[in-house]
Ligand binder design. Structure first.
Ligand code: NAD
Length: 517
């Protein structure tokens, strides 16, 4: 089996060399052992014995053979999650907090390993993945500290009754995740579910199974009881579908494409699954002529070209006021031309290879779409010949687009920015909302009245004013329209993973209607 080796690259910076050397023994182990499911605390192959290969987007080398789960494996995992549920629900908030803090410690201890493995499995640049592992630990710490609040409810006194609400965990839940920043985003779902007292069956994306396996092992190592987190690898239409259909699974937390969300809703209907969807986006960044333009430029570049543009919250549409468009675009184009595409483990790299050849083909397809629809590719628009010969693509800037073109409407999910000029505030809002998605919106202006008017008018779940996307864990995270259903973050996560229960106690001897006398 081929592996990515330290010798596959020349020349090497010291830091790149250090990252490659860190990766080498991890890859050798992965290659030799492969990736199994984690079910009931045991590392097990698929019952059928089936496997699939996970390959690195850097050079196509096979990283590991991965267990390919199906209905039987999901059933085994759902049974393990059901058996573990009551004990985990009743373990007490103090102990649950302690265990989840230990998971956070374990993630921190392995942050460097997680970062290099994530880069090699997904193609994401190390400068971003190094922070992703730390953010994953923060997710666990944040929700660990909220364990004691999870059951909180309201006091709603009536005339004759004392009414309160309380919350109880919904039961075993399924978590189905995507491949962009997979480690960090899976903890964003799994940590609150565990803090709520739910047990979990996780089905990670088939294109990025490596760090999901590591997470399952770290959770076990931290002392979380067997069966509380189960991980079943496999394809969406097999393992994922079976998870959404399993009667013991009470809810599905899902991150992925909008079309998959629709499929999951239909699959989960017969068992009345509660669903929480974090889906795609075609997010606008609106830059008005009174904005602080240098900062706006930094944010525009960062929010589409970081994380390979494979980012749900990316601002993939730049709406620029006509009066400043030429000057702003000139500076923007220079920045896009200067972006460093390279090996993901090289600390200098800003854009690594895209996750998979099918995804590369999709992004390349949009170069043709742009040209065919009459837009102009001002920068990029072609594959990039990067180290290892993997799925590299040039960062791309599309001008001359109109709002109804496909490049202005569809999620490309790559380093691909479409620019659309606007005349005034009303037109900016109209263009911004004229898509099926509604995840985020970014507004740059120094007129605070306008900032608030536009944020009110934008059809999006999250708005940043004069800022790039900066996550604050207590705030609600999620989208409107085809971008999602439900919110994560802070207490919002508990609303999904828990049932709210009303308890009513009669204060005295109120009058009860007497029948049948
Ligand atoms: P995807 O929908 O193809 O796959 C996501 C997961 O769903 C994978 O684990 C896959 O195996 C599984 N799956 C596929 N078909 C299934 C089925 N029929 N039943 C059950 N599970 C199934 O998405 P992707 O390509 O992995 O991820 C990219 C998408 O995710 C983009 O659209 C992006 O915008 C979105 N995303 C959204 C957020 C957010 O917070 N809103 C965050 C990250 C990514």
């Amino acid at each position: 089996m081929d592996r990515v080796t330290p010798n596959s690259l020349t020349p090497k910076s010291d830091l790149l060399q250090a990252n490659l050397e860190r990766a080498a023994p991890l890859l050798a182990k992965l290659n030799a052992e492969g990736i199994s499911h984690m079910i009931g605390g045991e590392s097990v192959p698929s019952i059928s014995g089936a496997q699939f290969e996970t390959r690195s987007p850097i050079d196509g080398a096979v990283l590991a053979n991965v267990a390919r789960g199906n209905t039987e494996d999901i059933d085994r995992a759902a049974t393990a999650a059901s058996l573990a549920f009551r004990a985990w629900r009743d373990i007490g908030a103090t102990m649950r907090r302690k265990l989840l803090q230990r998971v956070a410690d374990a993630i921190e201890d392995h942050a460097d390993d997680i970062a290099v493995l994530e880069c090699i499995d997904t193609g994401q640049a190390h400068r971003f993945m190094a922070k992703a592992a730390i953010r994953a630990a923060e997710n666990f710490r944040f929700f660990a500290d909220k364990c004691s609040d999870a059951r909180d409810g309201l006091n709603m006194p009536g005339e004759e009754h004392w009414n309160v609400s309380t919350r109880v965990p919904i039961g075993p839940v399924g978590v189905i995740t995507q491949w962009n920043t997979p480690f960090m985003l899976s903890t964003w779902k799994i940590a609150p579910a565990l803090a709520a007292g739910c047990t979990v069956v996780h089905k990670p994306a088939e294109w990025s199974p490596v760090t999901a396996d590591l997470l399952a092992k770290l959770v076990k190592q931290a002392g979380v009881p067997d069966g509380v987190l189960n991980t079943v690898h496999g394809l969406g239409e097999e393992a994922g579908k079976a998870l959404t259909e399993h009667p013991a699974i009470k809810a599905i937390g899902f991150v992925g494409e909008s079309a998959t969300g629709s499929a999951i809703m239909a699959q989960g209907a017969p068992t009345l699954k509660r669903v929480h969807f974090e889906l795609g986006g075609k997010n606008p960044v609106i830059v008005f002529d009174d904005a602080e333009l240098d900062r706006a430029l930094d944010a525009v570049v960062f929010m589409i070209y970081s994380l390979n543009g494979e980012r749900c919250t990316s601002s993939s549409r730049l709406l620029i006021q006509e009066s400043i468009a030429d000057k702003f675009i000139e500076k923007l184009a220079a920045r896009v031309r200067a972006l460093k595409v390279g090996h993901p483990l090289d600390p200098a790299t800003e854009i690594g290879p895209l996750i998979h050849e099918r995804h590369l083909a999709k992004v390349r397809g949009y170069f043709d779409v742009a040209r065919k629809d009459g837009a102009v590719i001002a920068v990029g628009g072609a594959p990039h010949d990067g180290p290892g010969g993997g799925h590299y693509v040039q960062p791309t800037l599309v001008l001359g687009a109109t709002r109804h073109m496909r490049v202005a409407q569809e999620e490309v999910f790559g380093p691909f920015l479409t620019v659309i000029p606007f005349r005034d505030e009303a037109e900016a809002v109209e263009i911004a909302n004229d898509v099926r998605y509604g995840l985020t919106g970014y507004v740059w202006t120094s007129d605070m009245g306008r900032a608030l008017r536009v944020s009110d008018a934008l059809e999006a779940g999250m708005i940043w004013l004069n800022s790039e996307n900066v996550r604050h864990l207590p705030t609600p995270f999620g989208g409107m329209k085809a971008s999602g259903i439900g919110r994560d973050g802070g207490d919002y996560s508990f609303d999904f993973y828990m049932e709210t229960k009303h308890v009513s106690l009669a204060r005295g001897t109120h009058k009860i209607q007497r029948l049948g006398i």
